[in-house]
Design a protein around this ligand. Sequence first.
Ligand code: ADP
Ligand code: ADP
Ligand code: MG
Length: 674
Amino acid sequence: MFSKILIANRGEIACRVAATCRRLGIRTVAVYSDADADARHVAFCDEAVHIGGAAARDSYLRADHIIEMAKETGAQAIHPGYGFLSENEAFAEACAAAGLVFIGPPASAIHAMGSKSAAKQLMEKASVPLVPGYHGEHQDAGLLRRESDRIGYPVLLKASAGGGGKGMRVVESGDAFEAALASVKREASASFGDDKVLVEKYLTRPRHIEIQVFADTHGNCVYLFERDCSVQRRHQKVLEEAPAPGMTAERRRAMGEAAVAAAKAVGYVGAGTVEFIANQDGSFYFMEMNTRLQVEHPVTEMITGQDLVEWQLRVAAGEPLPLKQDQLRIDGHALEARIYAENPDKQFLPSTGTLRFLRTPPAVQFMRGGDAHGPAGVRIDAGVREGDTISPYYDPMIAKLIVWGKDRDEALARMRQALAAYHVVGLSTNVAFLQRLVKSEAFRTADLDTGLIERNEATLFPQPAPVGMEIIALAVAALLDRETRERHIDAADQHSPWTHAGAWRLNGGATRTLRFAYGSHTLDVTLTANARGSTLIYADQAAPFKAACQADDIRVDLGTRRAHGQVHVERDDFHVFNAGRHAVLGWLDPLAHAGETEGEGGKLTAPMPGKVIAVMVEPGSTVTRGTPLLVMEAMKMEHTISAPADGVVSEILFGVGEQVTEGAQLLAFATGES
Ligand code: ADP
Ligand code: ADP
Ligand code: MG
């Protein structure tokens, strides 16, 4: 076994790999960019080397430099994690040439699976079932169009070199073909430097079911069962689970054996995932093979009790696989939710910023040898701590929340509870969205397919529910507590100042009206106090009010009802976490200056830092509301800036390829009336 390895990655996966190394007594070397000097993975490893600038190409993608650093620090092997250099065959080769072990498959296997079209040609020979489509060499637009017509619409155009759900367009009819092809090619060459595409029949209501495989250098190859990753948004996984609901033993064996055949066809070694797309009747087709450890590998660890990073290390060190196929078992059910810094109410725009407040449910961190799921059945794999930032440079994943239960229902109940206890302030997250998703009828009853989110939009994106007395009382308690502390009131019991009337009474009245903004609503709350105590009045309700605060943890009594919650205050925003909800109440301080109302003023600004990748208009162009004006790329996604109204583009301030900062004005625009 190795005594020291370098981890060529960042974030949760770098920490996760380091955790296993620590358990096995292997020293770890972290690498970090300018943006990551204080990152958790740096603190988590035994040593760390600075490798360059914030942009991935200046640091985490600097193959030669990373190899040099591995040699300089005396590491014997490099673990690439996922993303970055993990599926880069030149890097795998360069490691070998430098006398380092690449903890992953042979370069030849990465090469064979690197192009989706070439991989499909190989799989065809190995008799692995394929989706009807075209994956040939010819790239002539006319030919691709004829192939699509032959296959029958809808078809899916995919970048051969693609990954991460990028470079894919569904084409509903022949009319839409040309525009879709141009857009896939643009995205493919920008993201993967290769605009080759393939065409597939677009299956309706399919499920994404993938098989974890493992092979060693002694000719053994096993499958560690399946993961169902059907719950996706824009072809990116949102929730994953193992085993797949409804899977039969025969089908599991058939898929497992097809996956092993796929791996053997390319001389695979190490951890790999064979992704299949399956029809509701269970028939399945090969989609692609990911030649690395997958983001969602923890659900497999939870049900098999195996540490897949330990397996990777053993295989890379030349040991045989720890278990044979007939020694592997499925125990219980596991679910994983990817917690992202993004805003579900704004088309899931990635959100950057500081995790100013972060409270998580009781959980084990990463994989624990011999104890797959920990006593609470909850595991968190995270690369960030409170106070850390989510920068625009890398994937905006905050953490993976993984739960285990003896069956799917128990796992679901744990997931609901764990999500309700996952509290973040400082940036937008998808936590509330995930909560609605796991509670949805479709997910609860395992009525799974890749269109689940789209089909259930109405329930997954509801109007914000009105807030009740509990949430208001918690915000009021936090406000009074803050005032008491700010004014240094020397109350006998500092934790429950309002039992003594508190600051507001000093202001000269026993009645006080507090006004909060909640979304587009204004909430008027009245507090009255007399010798017998306080009363809280809101809408048509009135209740006796008492509160006790222990830092962020607040308890309120409303007559006979008691409510607990956490309230984190950011300036005048009261973030109330209560009964699984996160409500933001903005206190409208009557003493503060009335905020100047900001109009867009005909400016069109960048919603986040990124790069301009296309400009569709010219100065003087007359456009109607909703016309796409410019496309930006930020955090691996395209964002289209559209005309806010009918009008004329008066100026274009950035050209294609230019980098823009958040809030930068991109275009000047004059509306029709002016
Ligand atoms: P998985 O099935 O494991 O989620 P994905 O293909 O979605 O596999 O990608 C895994 C990870 O690799 C992503 O979370 C992302 O960070 C990274 N990744 C994938 N494709 C790209 C890409 N084109 N550019 C940068 N990172 C990528
Ligand atoms: P990536 O490399 O980005 O992961 P995949 O080929 O694995 O690309 O496809 C990603 C997702 O797109 C799948 O999980 C599935 O939801 C959807 N998808 C891919 N191929 C098809 C298809 N032929 N029909 C319907 N959906 C598909
Ligand atoms: Mg895939």
